[in-house]
Design a protein around this ligand. Structure first.
Ligand code: EPU
Length: 419
């Protein structure tokens, strides 16, 4: 789906929203299937454009991919090692997982440097450091990363930066290395546990995923299995924030409440009423909110991917809030767009200083996925007029069925033709 998003805001969101599988798990689990010799079935996949692009990439590599509702069957038995310098790999940031997966299965990979949401330079030096430690030779050939190893050997790898992508990429390659790999200072995000769970079901021997030390004992071969993807905590968090921002009452269903603890705590500090159940969270908005300070950190801290949506909610609080991002240096491309909508926000270094007030309708542009989320949330709060959001291709990368979902919650949102 393309076209601009049109929103006549000012209506409280009410009802139930069911959250799909996690995008950032899906884009790692699909390439992980390359390591198996028989079919892997992934259940609860989100129908988002990133998943569609990965399906095309795997098909180009010779895998047979079939769908049954929200389950994808990947038969990797006839896959070949083909260089992928251009094309679909450039459309997707997470195409970097092809490096670890193909290195593990074929001992080589040539992959064009990834595209996707480029809100700031996002280096992959820690991924490369990991592959080299495992015995691979890595070179940059005209914008493609070429990786080769006669034999992958387990190693001790200390990550200089806590990186989700590097942690997963090293787990993928090390699963097929000889001997034991230790990843120190590993990322602890729930998506890492999800990938380790799949790899272990495929026959890998991984311990410690979700802690800062992950131990991987390499195995000679891996087999297919069936795996259900965890719910998308960022999609869930975005709907929680939208419910609060519109002073609505929404049950966000199919979530793991623990994955959202940092957000829940901040919403409560602002005065939002939250009711946690086993697999759902009810968010009840209030007429007035207190300003709060938020620091985006690695998991289990407040998620950087919810930083931009949270900016929009903080425009609805009384007084001045400070929102800082310690994961990325400058992930504030949504701020000038929110300012066009009348928000009073100043960016100072790693922080946005946000003064509460009413927003107005405007024509704005999403420049990356979560910037887009901040704009549709802001648009939902605007009491008069129609907000127009272009750049929606970014938003559809991460939010399954966004328009029908929001309409189901009572929002007046529709798709207009892009000029
Ligand atoms: N970094 C390095 N060197 C590296 C790797 C990362 O300096 O080799 C830096 C990055 O520049 C960044 C920080 O380390 O400042 C953390 O980056 P990380 O590697 O953890 O990010 P990522 O794996 O590329 C994933 C998510 C992002 C999310 C981050 C942080 C996927 C496909 N993407 O990216 O999600 O922001 O972790 O939690 O899993 C999104 O969903 O909108 C999104 C951007």
């Amino acid at each position: 789906m393309t076209g601009k998003l049109m929103i006549a805001g000012g209506r409280p969101l009410r009802g139930t929203i069911t959250i799909s599988g996690a995008k950032n798990s899906a884009v790692a689990l699909i390439p992980a299937a390359i390591l198996a010799e028989t079919s892997v079935v992934l259940d609860n996949l989100p129908r988002i454009s990133d998943v569609g692009i990965y399906e095309e990439i795997l098909t180009e590599l010779g895998a047979v991919v079939t769908w049954d509702e929200d389950s994808m069957r990947i038969d990797p038995s006839s896959m070949k090692s083909i260089p992928m310098p251009n094309g679909n790999v450039k459309k997707l940031r997470a195409s970097y997982y092809l490096m670890g997966a193909m290195l593990g299965r074929f001992g080589e990979a040539t992959i064009g440097l990834p595209g996707g949401c480029n809100f700031e330079p996002r280096p992959i030096d820690q991924h490369i450091k990991g592959f080299e430690a495992l015995g691979a030779e890595v070179s940059n050939e005209g914008g493609s990363i070429r990786i080769r190893a006669r034999e992958l050997r387990g190693a001790k790898i200390y990550l200089d930066v806590v990186s989700v992508g590097a942690t997963i990429n090293i787990m993928l390659a090390a699963s097929r290395a000889k001997g034991i790999t230790l990843i120190e200072n590993a990322a602890k995000e729930p998506e890492i546990i999800d990938v380790a769970t799949l790899l272990n079901s495929m026959g890998a021997k991984i311990k410690g995923a979700g802690t800062e030390t992950i131990r991987i004992e390499g195995v000679d071969s891996m087999r297919g299995c069936r795996h259900s993807i965890i719910p998308d905590r960022i999609q869930a968090g975005s709907y929680m924030i939208a419910a609060a921002a519109t002073r609505g009452d929404v049950l966000v269903d199919n979530v793991i409440p623990k994955h959202l603890e940092a957000l829940t705590a901040k919403l409560q500090e602002m005065g939002v009423h939250i009711y946690e159940m086993d697999e759902a969270i009810r968010v009840v908005g209030q007429p007035e909110y207190e300003s709060v300070d938020v620091k985006a950190l690695v998991y289990p801290g407040f998620a950087t991917d919810l930083q931009s949506p949270m900016t929009s909610l903080l425009t609805q609080a009384k007084g001045v809030s400070i929102l800082s991002d310690f994961v990325y240096n400058n992930r504030f491309k949504h701020v000038p767009e929110l300012v066009r909508m009348g928000a009073k926000i100043k960016v100072e270094g790693r922080s946005a200083v946000i003064e509460g007030g009413v927003l107005n309708a405007a024509k704005v542009k999403a420049t990356d996925l979560r910037a887009g989320a901040s704009l549709f949330i802001a648009g939902l709060t605007v009491p008069e007029g129609v907000t127009e959001i272009t750049g929606t291709e970014y938003i559809y990368r991460g939010y399954e069925n966004l328009v029908p979902n929001l309409r189901g919650l009572g929002a007046e949102i529709w798709v207009g033709e892009e000029e």
